[in-house]
Design a protein around this ligand. Structure first.
Ligand code: FES
Length: 161
């Protein structure tokens, strides 16, 4: 772990020294600033503050908000809500998983895509829905997924907005 990351974590740990049970807040702050709660960060927190590494792993695996690896350039959100489910959401998810070779919560090896599943994207009338970065794709068909993904290859999240 580099010195900059250590400094950031030390600063976060210091910020919560007076709090009674700051573990969750510490982990949330680390992810917010460093993008994830990777293993080396957890180990550092455990070693420098006497936390149990098992407890830290227990927290990050319990709350779906935490990621153990940095997100890819583009985040694909698959809707798992009822409206999307009854209109083919499961097939969309299965196809995306096959095309990318990853499951929700994972990032492709090339670091381009992170796949996430969410409860509802708030536009049920367009189901089935996926969202890539800030762009919503409604009434998605499995046959169109490859075409949609190609648009994002080699394009950073900021360029695509
Ligand atoms: S259920 Fe999919 S957007 Fe609401």
């Amino acid at each position: 772990m580099d010195t900059k990351d250590k400094f950031i974590i030390d600063t976060i740990l210091e910020k919560f020294t007076d709090m009674k049970d700051p573990t969750l807040m510490i982990l949330q702050n680390i992810q917010e600033i460093l993008g994830c709660v990777r293993e080396e960060y957890l180990t550092y927190v455990a070693e420098s503050n006497g936390y149990s590494l098992t407890e830290l792993y227990g927290i990050v695996s319990f709350y779906p908000q935490f990621r153990l690896s940095p997100p890819g350039k583009h985040t694909i959100k698959i809707c798992k809500g009822t409206a999307c489910h009854v209109r083919g959401g499961a097939a969309i998810q299965k196809n995306l998983q096959n095309l990318l070779g990853i499951k929700p919560g994972d990032t492709t090896e090339d670091g381009v895509f992170t796949l996430e599943s969410v409860r509802c994207l708030g536009c049920c009338g367009l189901s089935p829905v996926i969202m890539i970065d800030n762009e919503t794709y409604g009434r998605v068909k499995t046959s169109k997924l490859q075409e949609i993904l190609v648009k994002y290859k080699g394009v950073s999240a900021n360029e695509n907005q």
